[in-house]
Design a protein around this ligand. Structure first.
Ligand code: FAD
Length: 416
């Protein structure tokens, strides 16, 4: 087991140079690269769950995005395109299985052709290699069961198991002398003369500097640390169906619709998983708990917090129509199936069985804007990752490198 379970009381007196809160893929990548760039630094990762990578990292689609969708010049385009190549190289070096199975983004009718062309141009501007616009005949060769008037073919988009990747980062971090504490939820933060004392369910830990990679709770942790931010994380659940084994042949790789540009999510799609099964989804519905993986999960305190946030109401006023459509799709399987049928006309309800779900930590500003790009706050002896949506897993090495560089600069860290 990678994470060790020493009691934090035993390290109460030790002050770490840096404590990273959150053992998801971004916290672990940052931890690994911080020790690579600054050997001798004392670094701890503090994770509330008993195992690493149990939230967004362990509940995503497993896609290695190639960088098509993102506005040129944005953090997403920069981190995804560079991060993808590094991730693939990391998987090669560490014998982690992945598959560059390729992806098609499919225009179902003429009305989507303009947006598909925009995506092609974005991808080219972002430096995504070998993109190709294809007609129905070529589409039929790539994905024989998919229908569309035109498609964008991205041959290097791939799939991987991100929990394996995150655990590999953790292993390297520990081999370089880093400490990981699991089952240690940070519940309180106190400023001290020398830095910060983090109270956890398993004792206190002192650190001179903090990097907050708390995912669904990153905004709360930032506020706990005294940062002023107008951003709040609103959880959006993504629900999946799975194709029954007899229907796996309908999907060879990754099949996506042309997304709605007003919304940061990619639309329900088909994803072949590295473990051999095929998922359909995810949708995007408001969750009533930050870790609300089931429709019935409600956390009244968190819900009250979201309802008291002005940005929530402004966002709802702007997007209520889409929200209602998503709810219908969530509760009515035929609606979900109808959307999936636009991509594969022969899909029926019988091809689909319930799958899992994931919850996206989506940052929303007090003006109601859904933050599209990655958002990092440089705080008081601390860095806070306040928005790391998809393609955060693909970009994890690039984000971790950037964060460890910022930490060296802002915290004045030097090689010992
Ligand atoms: C449904 C879905 C599909 C996605 N699909 C893709 C995809 O195909 N490709 C892609 O590149 N990206 C995808 N993403 C995005 C990607 O999963 C995230 O960008 C990435 O996992 C974020 O990593 P993280 O480390 O920031 O967050 P997380 O993995 O959520 O990790 C945060 C950690 O912080 C811990 N934590 C929180 N509070 C505390 C506390 N108080 N004390 C201690 N620890 C705490 C949590 O337990 C958790 O382990 C998807 C996301 C979702 C939800």
């Amino acid at each position: 087991m990678l994470a060790h379970a020493d009691s934090l009381e035993s390290v109460d007196s030790q002050a770490y140079d840096v404590a990273i809160v959150g053992g998801g893929i971004i916290g672990l990548s940052t931890a690994m690269q911080l020790l690579e760039s600054t050997p001798g630094l004392s670094v701890a990762v503090i994770e509330k769950e008993e195992r690493l990578a149990q939230h967004q990292t362990g509940h995503n689609s497993g896609v290695i995005h190639s960088g098509i969708y993102y506005r040129p010049g944005s953090w997403k385009s920069r981190f995804c395109v560079g991060g993808k190549d590094r991730l693939v190289a990391f998987c090669d070096e560490n014998e982690i299985e992945y598959d560059e199975c390729g992806k098609v983004i499919v225009a179902s009718d003429e009305s989507e052709l303009g947006r598909l062309q925009d995506l092609y141009e974005r991808g080219v501007a972002n430096g995504v290699p070998d993109l190709e616009m294809v007609g129905p005949e070529r589409l039929a060769e790539i994905e024989p069961h998919t229908a569309g008037v035109r498609a964008l073919w991205a041959p290097h988009t791939g799939i991987v198991d991100y929990v394996r990747v995150a655990n590999a980062y953790a292993g390297k971090f520990q081999s370089a002398g880093g400490d990981i504490f699991t089952g240690a939820a940070v519940t309180q933060v106190r400023r001290t003369n020398t830095g910060t004392a983090l109270e956890t369910g398993r004792g206190a830990l002192q650190a001179r500097h903090i990097i907050n990679c708390g995912g669904l709770y990153a905004d709360r942790l930032a506020r706990m640390m005294g940062e002023a931010t107008d951003v709040r994380i609103i959880p959006f659940r993504g629900e999946y169906y799975k194709l029954v084994p007899g229907s796996h042949h309908l999907v060879k790789g990754l099949i996506y619709p042309v997304p709605d540009p007003r919304f940061p999510f990619l639309g329900v799609h088909y994803t072949r998983n590295i473990h051999g099964y095929v998922e359909a989804g995810p949708n995007a519905v408001l969750a009533w708990a930050r870790e609300g993986y089931r429709k019935s999960d409600v956390n009244w305190g968190e819900t009250a917090g979201a309802l008291a946030f002005p940005g929530f109401w402004k966002m709802t006023a702007r997007h209520w129509r889409t929200g209602m459509q998503e709810l219908r799709r969530s509760y009515r399987k035929p609606v979900f199936v109808n959307d999936l049928r636009k991509l594969i006309p022969e899909i029926s309800s019988a091809d689909l069985e319930p799958g899992g779900s994931g919850v996206r930590a989506q940052a929303v500003s007090s003006s109601g804007a859904i933050l599209d790009d990655f958002h990092i706050l440089r705080g008081q002896q601390a860095l806070h990752v306040l928005n790391a949506p998809s393609p955060g897993a693909t970009s994890s090495l690039a984000i971790g490198e950037y964060l460890s560089g910022l930490a060296m600069q802002d915290f004045g860290l030097a090689v010992k």
